[in-house]
Design a protein around this ligand. Structure first.
Ligand code: ADP
Ligand code: MG
Length: 696
């Protein structure tokens, strides 16, 4: 492998490359434009486009694309070559400023949730110059936002940028209260830990359910799953290790800060974590990471599964969204400080997050809701569907003493009631970890652990940024111009922490008691996507998102529709896949097996000897019973698939797919799984869990 420092960012038109390749004044002008968030003027765009094209061609690129993130949750690209015809049957390679700044993909085939009237099928993509252009697959990719001509966001990036902007404004306001007039900009930072499965492609290609749905729809438990806990952090197998090395290399070339890699809990499961970066960059990079994970797997004869629950009975995959707030002066605002004043500021930001998470717990839940993630949340491997926060013992004790106005035991009996002068120094608490909490403070950041592995991280971060901005604004409204700032601050902290302490829970989030306790505390327990989604269009949600210019009401409704639609379509595809696999192959396998047994019985009888046939009879009876049961359940599923066709309203459809079709599939699965355990391997038509999970 070449030197990491040399390959890192080698396919990125990053700051260094720009400095090298752009005329000095153009480079400066671009930096100013980006910093001030102004649109790029045409002349400057031409200069940049030219430099970009020359650079890209040197690296072998032939095409360019506006790379964007429509609401499908995956990235989209339409490649145009640089060629332009010349006289004499020749071509030259061109790329104009206009092409750099704006693209006009036909938007009509992307989900818009009714946002784009049919006569107005055009959308446009616009370069997000805060995210560098890069080369992937011989194509110059320009990270862009995707909007309709009337200005509505048709993608996941635009609202994310808007949410970063609103948090920036609110946080800068709050920092002024503490005398930090030097801070010009506040950003949020994210480091998403990404889990995935790797299996042999030969196995994958034999399972239509993996191909169409990304998950197995049936499969009996293998004799060995994750019981021995020997996979987590275990030695990485040579084939996987070779894959991980190549993946790192590809990601580094793209400027992705791939950092940590290890085996996860389930067999065949692994994780990759990057060094954190600014939220929009982290989001772009997470999309690239997921894409490269799949591409590189293919080169090694493997398939990377990003589904939240590819296999029942072993852990599914999630994504941990490590999130913090930082100033342009390099201060992490969620890091306890060294002085009382710094800690007062820290406590105010902390309180804003606590209040935001409590007040908008439903929105956080919505932000991680999907058909795939429904398999994880609330199962004993992932955070519950109930949102709560873990602060750690020390911080919780501090919160308690602020609430009680009592002494905080570890800090020489200082009183915590009011005023920043009496706030103690807080040590960075990284020792105690609670792996069962959906939203955990981990020393200098929060780790939101409920995310599914497939989804874009934009949704949860849009919500987080917006709701925290909302609380910071309210705090600033209250504290600005207060004569006795310390007193006002002390009162505010005490009042808000008292009001919102119900969201703090340091115990075991997987336990049954917590479900009951959470209910007593009045916390929401939105068990499925269908239960969660209506919160997205509740008044409270509309209020906060429109106030902060993150989503318009129409944009919210469109997303609500798209999410619901996606939910029932996923279940529908699963149901059809399952139906066809059972009908075509499993029914036949069950018959073959019964035929073999019946033949054996006949043959035995024909010998005229008094040989015992109890075993064959027993197996035949069992197989026949299961086959009958399977047929009944299959018929029910098919009938319900038909019934769903009578529904037209989106929510009704989603609810029906959840309550009825999904339930039918689970019923059917039970029998199929049992049949799998009795039918001989040479008759069973599909690779088993054991074969798939240990295929690499
Ligand atoms: P672990 O959670 O396994 O203890 P770390 O705490 O080192 O590991 O980090 C986990 C993830 O959190 C990494 O992706 C890391 O870059 C990210 N992270 C660390 N600090 C911050 C921060 N200030 N903002 C956002 N993410 C961060
Ligand atoms: Mg972690």
């Amino acid at each position: 492998m070449s030197k990491v420092t040399e390959i890192f960012g080698s396919k990125v038109f990053n700051d260094e490359t720009m400095k090298e390749r752009l005329p000095k004044d153009a480079y400066k002008a671009l930096k100013n434009t980006v910093e001030e968030g102004r649109p790029l003027d045409r002349d400057l765009a031409n200069v940049i486009a030219h430099a970009m094209k020359e650079w890209a061609i040197e690296l072998g690129a032939t095409h360019f694309t506006h790379w964007f993130q429509p609401m499908t949750g995956v990235t989209a690209e339409k490649h145009d070559s640089f060629i332009q015809p010349e006289e004499g049957g020749k071509v030259i390679m061109t790329f104009s400023g206009k092409e750099l700044i704006k693209g006009e993909p036909d938007a009509s085939s992307f989900p818009s949730g009714g946002l784009r009237a049919t006569f107005e099928a055009r959308g446009y993509t616009a370069w997000d110059p805060t995210s560098y252009a890069f080369i992937k697959d011989d194509t110059l990719c320009i990270p862009t936002a995707f909007c309709s001509y009337s200005g509505e966001a048709l993608d996941k990036k635009t609202p994310l940028l808007r949410s970063m902007e609103t948090l920036d404004k609110s946080a800068v306001r709050v920092l002024k209260l503490f005398g930090h007039d030097d801070v010009k900009r506040v950003i949020t930072t994210v480091g998403p830990e990404q889990e995935y499965f790797l299996i042999d492609s030969e196995m994958y290609n034999k399972r239509p359910d993996l191909i169409y749905c990304g998950r197995t729809l049936f499969g009996a438990k293998p004799p060995k799953g994750q019981e021995l806990e020997d996979h987590y952090f275990g030695t990485i197998k040579p084939r996987v290790s070779a894959y991980m090395k190549e993946l790192d290399e590809e990601l580094w070339k793209l400027g992705v800060l791939a950092k940590t890699k290890h085996n996860e809990v389930a067999p065949a499961q692994h994780e990759l974590a990057p060094v954190f970066s600014t939220t929009n960059i982290a989001t772009d990079h997470n999309q690239l990471t997921m894409e490269m994970m799949k591409v590189v797997a293919g080169r090694h004869g493997m398939t990377c599964l990003l589904h939240e629950k590819p296999f029942a009975g072993v852990n599914g995959s999630g994504k941990h969204n490590n999130w913090s707030i930082s100033t342009d002066t390099g201060v992490n605002l969620l890091e306890p400080g060294a002085t009382p004043s710094q800690n007062a500021q820290f406590l105010l930001f902390l309180t804003a997050v606590i209040k935001a998470v409590d007040e908008y717990q439903e929105l956080l839940r919505v932000s991680v809701a999907s058909a795939g993630n429904d398999h994880r949340l609330g199962a004993n491997e992932a955070p519950p569907a109930i949102i709560s926060m873990f602060l750690g013992d020390e911080l919780e004790a501090i919160v308690e003493s602020i609430i009680d106005g009592t002494d905080y035991k570890d800090i020489k009996k200082q009183k915590m009631s009011v005023g920043s002068e009496v706030i103690p120094s807080i040590s960075k608490d990284t020792t105690d970890r609670n792996r069962t909490s959906p939203f955990a403070f981990t020393g200098n950041k929060f780790e939101f652990r409920s995310l599914g592995s497939t989804a874009s991280i934009s949704g949860p971060n849009i919500v987080l940024n917006t709701i925290v901005a909302e609380e910071l604004d309210k705090f600033a409204d209250e504290l600005e111009g207060k004569a006795d700032f310390d007193k006002a601050l002390g009162e505010l902290l005490k009042r808000e922490l008292t009001a919102h302490k119900r969201i703090i829970f340091n115990g075991n989030g997987y336990s049954e008691e917590w479900v009951k306790e959470a209910e007593r505390r009045g916390l929401a327990n939105l068990k499925s996507t269908v239960d969660a989604l209506p919160a997205f269009i509740a008044d409270k949600s509309i209020d906060v998102f429109t106030k902060h210019n993150v989503f318009t009401k129409d944009e919210l409704y469109s997303r609500y529709d798209i999410l619901l639609e996606n939910y029932y379509k996923v279940i529908d595809i699963e149901a059809l896949t399952f139906d066809s696999m059972v009908k075509k192959d499993i029914v036949a396998a069950a018959s073959d097996y019964q035929f073999t047994l019946a033949e054996t019985l006949n043959a035995k009888a024909a010998t005229g000897l008094s040989v015992d046939s109890t075993v064959e009879k027993k197996h035949l009876e069992k197989a026949s019973k299961l086959a009958f049961e399977m047929d009944e359940r299959l018929e029910k599923l098919e009938a319900d698939i038909e019934k769903a066709k009578e529904l037209s309203e989106t929510y009704e459809l989603a609810k029906f797919h959840h309550d009825v079709i999904f339930a039918d599939m689970n019923e059917l699965r039970e029998v199929v799984d049992e049949l799998e355990t009795v039918i001989p391997s040479d008759i069973w038509p599909y690779p088993t869990y054991g074969e798939i999970l240990y295929s690499v």
